[in-house]
Each structure stands twice: as structure tokens, then as C-alpha cells.
Design a protein around this ligand. Structure first.
Ligand code: HGY
Ligand code: MN
Ligand code: MN
Length: 462
């Protein structure tokens, strides 16, 4: 049985004074931050690739490392009953509305080391830079870093188990969600000595009056910043998302004896449904209008605004000489316009059931997760834009340019936190826009730029 322990951190870092005399904290915001990301990238539940799921042994080890780094930054730390790791300053005005910073410590399967941890490490490093320069206690409001326990939703197929509890949008029924092996969220918390009850679960929600805002630093997971040659961008909005689980059931049989005309083949049906999904999302204008109604004419405003993915598929019994009995696959639909996403899901369901009827197979579409799109707070975003611009200007050798504003197709804890408070996001350039892959890469100098931007933002609270 593993449980989360908190142990002290150490080491002061050397103050880095750049050529212009202002403090660049290179050793903290760049070198140490990059090392910590590298270290976290090696904490995995799997051999040979990176995987950390909700409250897994590797997630517990990662939590302990993050706790120690938070303490090293002079933060008061604790772990809450959904496994979120917290580090908070004890500022002069302890009762002022807090600025929350954070991102997720869990990963996808075969993950890169920046998706999630980059936002946690940059936030902790920025606060350490203030501590080193004797300004942590001078913050006029509390600042709290939260390393959320589950944003990817890999294990229980519903996301935001950590941030959703803090934001108060996670139903207590989530504790009864079970993973593939039948283990529930409640079970795995208990295994980690986190005895959550309905009362204690509800108390995890933060009072919106006690929160000033939430800021998340995250790798872009897209190619735009790299194509512009700019290390940082500000997020205008985050796409809404829907996750489905589709089950197709037919009649199991002998691969050699059942004539093609007599088959109820869920594998062939699933293949047709997946191509149907792709066609619907490649050409939504052929099926729906911008206001979400179904129609036949083309409407350019829809093209490119919807993305759909089948990322997981399984069959039973999976053998080359058996006509399959059942196929299950996941569907992930994202769109910036919620009524477009909802219309896609409705049209998809109609088309899927029609196809299954025609093929005399049984279809079931299970709704696993929905999150509406979110627009970041304009004022918070302009503060982030200014902070990012000032950071990039300080960085020796970085291309100077206006900090771009981007949309996010990827989901983030900021989606959940937007139900609690105003949110802002800072994107960091990544190589080739690659993410959810071990090929993920963020330059150390860009990690530095993101940390400097957070320091610049925190300085507005001094
Ligand atoms: O799936 C997403 O958009 C995020 O990485 N969880
Ligand atoms: Mn992700
Ligand atoms: Mn992420």
C-alpha cells in the first residue's frame, strides 16, 4: 500500500541577474525547472513509456516530489481527499481572494513529460524566485499552486476528477465510477489512506468568494506558436468536449462457415460507424447549420471547427477465426461552438442507430463526459499578455513579437475551474505541436520565458 508523505526540500538557488540588471532567475526558472520536468517524466507506472493515472503508485510518487518542491519554494503544503496536491503562500493578507495557479500531474498513456507538469513546475518555480528575492511574504494576496490529480480521465474515463472537485462540478457519484478492473474511485482513494465521505467530498469545493482567479500555464499542444517563432501565447477560449463509449453487438460465429449474407458482424458495422463519424466531422456543413440545425447546404463557418477522434477500440472475443460478438470504441468530439458539438452528437447518434438497424446489429451509445466550451477572462488575459510580453523582452536572443492569442482544442483544468472563478491560460511553444506522445518537447528557454511571465504577473500583486 502506498501513501502520500510530505518531506522537506532543500537547496537555495543562485540569483541570476541578467545583463540589464533585472532578475532573470535562470537557474530556478530554466535549469532547475527543466530538471524537475525531466525527473517527473521518469516517474511512471509502466516500463518503457510514461503513464500516470489517477492515484496510481507513480502518481503518488509524483505527488511526493511535487510536495517537496512546493516546500522548497516556501509554500505550506497538503494533499486533499481527491489527491490534489496544494502549495500556498502565507501572504500578508491571508484572507484576501487567492490567485490559484496549476495544472495536472496525471498523464495519458505513452505520454510526453510536459502536458500538465509544465504548468505545475513553472508556478512553483516562479514562487521560488519570489522567495529567493525576498518577496514571497510581500504578496498582497495568497497564491496557491494546485497539482490536480486527474485531468486526462484515462483510468475512469471522466475527466477533471481533481479540478472538478475543487470547482464543485464533480458529482459525488463520481466516487462510484469504476475502472476496467471494477476498482472504484472511492476504493483507490481509500488504498491511499484518503477516506473520503460525502460530507468531506462536498467540502473540497472552494468558495468562489475566496478566489481571485485561476491561471494555467500549459504547452500549446499545437503548431501555431512554433510557426510564428514566438515562445508564449495567451488562450482566448477552450473548446467544449464530449466523450462517448459506443458498443456494437452482433452474433458470434465461425469465420469459415457463416455466409456473408447471413452475418450480423459488429466489426464491419463498427468500421462503417467510424468512417461515418470521420465524414460527419470532416464535412459538418453537409449535416448541420451554424445554429446547430440539420441541413444539406454548405456553410464554410463550420469547416475546421469540429474535431472527432476514435482513440480506443476493443472487441470480444478477439480471434482471427471468430466472427466477433462485440466491439466497443470511444468517441471524442471537440468544438468551440457548443451547439455545433451538440448537433454533431445528435446527428451522429441518428446515423449510428440507422446503420446498426440496417446491419441488424445492436448499438448502444453511452455518454461518458461533457464539458462546455469556455472563454477566458479578457482582463486576466490582457494581464497575462502584458506579463508574457515583458518576459520575452527580457530574454536574451528570443525573437520579439506581439504575444499571439490562440484557441485551445485541447481540454484543460481551466475548463473546470471556470465554474469557480475567472480563468486565464498561457500557452508555451512546443516542437512540431506534438503532444500526447513521448515526442513532446518544450525548449528550456521557453520554460524560462513562461516562468518569467508568471513572475511578472505575480509582481503585480506586490
Ligand atoms: O484530452 C484533452 O484535451 C486533454 O489533454 N485532457
Ligand atoms: Mn493531455
Ligand atoms: Mn493537459
Amino acid at each position: 500500500m502506498s501513501c502520500i508523505v510530505a518531506f522537506g526540500g532543500s537547496a537555495a538557488a543562485v540569483l541570476d541577474v541578467g545583463s540589464s540588471g533585472n532578475q532573470l532567475f535562470r537557474e530556478i526558472l530554466r535549469d532547475e525547472a527543466a530538471n524537475r520536468l525531466h525527473e517527473l517524466g521518469k516517474i511512471s507506472d509502466a516500463d518503457g513509456y510514461l503513464e500516470r493515472t489517477f492515484m496510481s503508485p507513480a502518481s503518488v510518487r509524483a505527488s511526493n516530489a511535487i510536495l517537496s518542491w512546493m516546500q522548497d519554494a516556501g509554500l505550506r503544503t497538503w494533499v486533499d481527499q481527491m489527491g490534489n496536491v496544494h502549495g500556498r503562500t502565507d501572504s500578508m493578507n491571508a484572507n484576501a481572494e487567492a490567485l490559484l495557479l496549476g495544472s495536472h500531474l496525471d498523464t495519458v498513456i505513452d505520454a510526453g513529460k510536459y502536458d500538465g507538469p509544465l504548468g505545475i513546475i513553472c508556478a512553483v518555480s516562479a514562487l521560488k524566485a519570489l522567495k529567493i528575492s525576498g518577496r514571497l511574504e510581500k504578496l498582497t494576496r495568497p497564491v496557491e499552486v494546485i497539482a490536480f490529480s486527474d485531468e486526462e480521465g484515462v483510468r475512469f474515463q471522466t475527466t477533471f476528477l481533481g479540478s472538478g472537485a475543487i470547482a464543485g462540478i464533480l458529482p459525488v457519484s463520481a466516487l462510484q465510477l469504476s475502472d476496467r478492473s471494477g476498482v472504484t474511485v472511492h476504493d483507490v482513494l481509500k488504498e491511499n489512506s484518503l477516506e473520503v465521505t460525502e460530507e468531506s467530498f462536498v467540502q473540497l469545493k472552494y468558495d468562489s468568494q475566496s478566489v481571485w482567479g485561476y491561471i494555467e500555464v500549459h504547452m500549446e499542444q499545437g503548431p501555431v506558436l512554433e510557426s510564428l517563432g514566438i515562445p508564449l501565447g495567451v488562450v482566448e477560449g477552450i473548446a467544449g468536449q464530449t466523450r462517448l463509449r459506443v458498443t456494437v453487438r452482433g452474433s458470434q460465429g465461425h469465420a469459415g462457415t457463416v455466409p456473408m449474407s447471413m452475418r450480423q458482424d459488429p466489426m464491419a458495422a463498427a468500421a462503417e460507424l467510424i468512417v461515418l463519424l470521420e465524414n460527419l466531422c470532416k464535412h459538418p456543413e453537409n449535416f448541420i447549420t451554424y445554429d446547430g440545425q440539420c441541413k444539406g447546404s454548405s456553410d464554410e463557418s463550420l469547416s475546421g471547427s469540429v474535431v472527432c477522434t476514435v482513440g480506443e477500440i476493443s472487441s470480444w472475443p478477439s480471434a482471427s477465426n471468430i466472427l466477433t460478438a462485440q466491439v466497443t470504441f470511444t468517441v471524442d468530439v471537440r468544438a468551440m461552438v457548443d451547439i455545433t458539438r451538440e448537433a454533431i452528437i445528435s446527428e451522429l447518434s441518428n446515423l449510428m442507430y440507422q446503420t446498426c438497424r440496417r446491419r441488424s446489429v445492436y448499438c448502444n451509445i453511452e455518454h461518458k463526459h461533457d464539458a462546455a466550451s469556455v472563454h477566458c477572462d479578457p482582463e486576466l488575459s490582457s494581464q497575462l499578455k502584458f506579463a508574457a510580453g515583458s518576459a520575452v523582452k527580457k530574454m536574451p536572443g528570443l525573437i520579439q513579437g506581439d504575444v499571439p492569442v490562440l484557441m485551445s482544442g485541447a481540454g484543460h483544468d481551466a475548463l473546470a475551474m471556470s465554474h469557480l472563478t475567472k480563468v486565464g491560460m498561457l500557452f508555451v511553444r512546443c516542437r512540431g505541436g506534438i503532444s500526447h506522445s513521448p515526442e513532446e518537447n518544450v525548449l528550456d528557454d521557453d520554460i524560462w520565458a513562461a516562468g518569467l511571465a508568471l513572475v511578472a504577473l505575480l509582481e503585480t500583486f506586490l
